[in-house]
Design a protein around this ligand. Structure first.
Ligand code: DAH
Length: 345
């Protein structure tokens, strides 16, 4: 009777081919728990008479070892109790995990594009500090003290100090001053960076944004050079055939000064919401560097002349990608950012 059972269960165990941790657990519950097959057979063995005991004892011990070994091997392959199979090293049939590619921020993409265009014209990249003193942000750039021109840009002050307040820079024009103070002409540089203004945050304004400043100072630099350089820039950035126009304007650090418009990138000049029906959109401020600025930086304004320009990267980006709300740039919403995954890096 007992011998029969040992034989039958031995056969069952040899044929046991688990495919999951759940199979391993069923095996344990059937054979190895305190009311399981192995224990029951040992119970039954107690009633066996002397002669049979010797033979069956050996068979029973072998059976017990078989059950335990089978359980250990199955556990090593699938784990115990857990419903999910354990990963086996090097199993090429398991599905791959894949990985997610990140994307560049649209402002970084556009800044890079702007920088590349000017680099090809021989401009180098320069940078300056975001915490600036009054001299570099205002005074050297020909903003007289108490002059209303200072109100053009609402400033975050860090420290008020007699004659030279410390503030977050309101524009990248401060880097022009640092560059010219440090070296000798000719200068041909573009200066990308973050700037700060004390503005309420809305779809159309933010308390920080990004600019690219441009400066070219040498002997005999003329307004024609300025126009040609910016015209070329616009053709490269927005495509051949984009029109430009210059409107007279005012900046303390340039004379004459202008604002440059381009034919609307959306409607191509026909008139749409973006250009408010005019067919034109403003993209930057520019002008001939005021001789006072050159002199403030220790440059002989009789010998040298130059042009400068400054543009907001957010504005350029909005026109390229039709982004209508400035806040999207700093909210880090992946639904917005991942739309730029396919853009060239
Ligand atoms: N700094 C000006 C601004 O933030 C932009 C600007 C205008 C820069 C004319 C220039 C320039 O270099 O020539 O609004």
């Amino acid at each position: 009777m007992l011998q029969e059972k040992i034989k039958q269960y031995t056969q069952e165990i040899t044929q046991f081919k688990p495919t999951s941790a759940a199979d391993v657990e069923s095996f344990r519950l059937k054979f190895l728990v305190s009311k399981g097959v192995v224990k029951n057979l040992f119970e039954a063995f107690k009633t066996v008479s002397g002669e049979e005991k010797r033979v069956l004892g050996k068979a029973l011990n072998e059976f017990k070892q078989l059950a335990e070994r089978t359980f250990q091997e199955a556990t090593a392959a699938f784990g115990k109790g857990d419903a999910t199979p354990q990963r086996r090293e090097g199993d090429l049939t398991l599905p791959g995990e894949g990985f997610q590619l990140g994307s560049r921020h649209p402002l970084s993409l556009v800044r890079k594009e702007i920088v590349e265009i000017f680099k090809k014209l021989g401009f180098v990249v320069a940078e300056g500090p975001e915490i600036e003193d009054d001299w570099h942000n205002f005074s050297a750039l020909n903003f007289p003290p108490e002059h209303p021109a200072r109100d053009m840009q609402d400033t975050f002050f860090i420290k008020k100090q007699e004659g030279n307040d410390i503030a977050l820079r309101t524009h990248t024009s401060s880097v022009q001053v640092r560059l010219m103070e440090m070296g000798k002409p000719p200068f041909r540089a573009i200066m990308p960076g973050r700037v700060y203004r004390n503005e309420a945050i809305s779809a159309r304004a933010h308390c920080f944004f990004h600019q690219v400043e441009g400066l070219y100072v040498d002997e005999n630099v003329s307004f024609a050079d300025l126009k040609q350089t910016l015209f070329h820039f616009v053709q490269e950035l927005y495509g051949e055939g984009t029109k430009v126009r210059f409107r007279p304007s005012y900046f303390p650090f340039t004379e004459p000064s202008a604002e440059m418009d381009i034919s609307c990138t959306i409607c191509k000049g026909v008139g749409c919401n973006l250009c408010k029906g005019s067919g034109w959109v403003e993209i930057l401020g520019c002008g001939m560097v005021d001789p006072n600025v050159l002199e403030n930086c220790g440059i002989d304004s009789k010998k040298y002349s130059g042009f400068a320009f400054g543009m907001g990267i957010e504005r350029i980006t909005n026109l390229k990608y039709e982004i209508k709300d400035l806040r999207l740039f700093s909210e880090n919403d992946v639904r917005f950012l991942s739309q730029f995954e396919s853009e060239v890096i």
